[in-house]
Design a protein around this ligand. Sequence first.
Ligand code: 5GP
Length: 190
Amino acid sequence: MNSLQKRILIDGKVLPGNILKVDSFLNHQLDIHLLKEMGKDFYDLFRDKEINKILTIEASGIAIACYAAEFFNVPVVFAKKGQHKNVGTDVYTAEVFSFTKGSTYEVTVSKLFLHPEDKILIIDDFLANGQAVLGLQQIIKEAGAELCGAGIAIEKAFQPGEKLLLDAGIDVRALAVIESMDGCKVVFRD
Ligand code: 5GP
């Protein structure tokens, strides 16, 4: 069992609606030692892919992506949510349905920061229905860049995201794969 999995068992809280709350170490307060270990774990999983850029979505993906980026020694680009005047009009956009909010939002990345020669790793905190990663994949396609994989901190394998991403040809790997949260008990895949 890795450090993230151990921490989920100690401090994760299962909420109604299949939501896992990890605010005390990953989503609000940040445990920097854990984040550093996770960054190294992502590097070990994708080190052979010649990644030159990491793409994530604000806000919860950013810290995780930055720690991973330090090991890859590459920049991080984060997609902004909603309409942003200061991003400019020369942007890539995609629609994303939010599992936690139950509504659709737009994600935007400036064309200045994604290029056809880029080999991109997506990093995000959770994989539930796969919509966030599919939105980022669409943006990467628009940019003509290559998506090399998706590194997810916590995957809820009982939701459809993993299958959708594998069907979309994405090499998706997660540090903590949760098989079930029935009765508020977190059970990991071996
Ligand atoms: P998806 O697009 O895969 O349906 O959902 C991914 C996004 O929804 C993540 O970026 C994360 O912010 C949020 N999310 C999904 N499930 C959970 C959860 O169980 N707990 C928390 N804290 N966020 C979640």
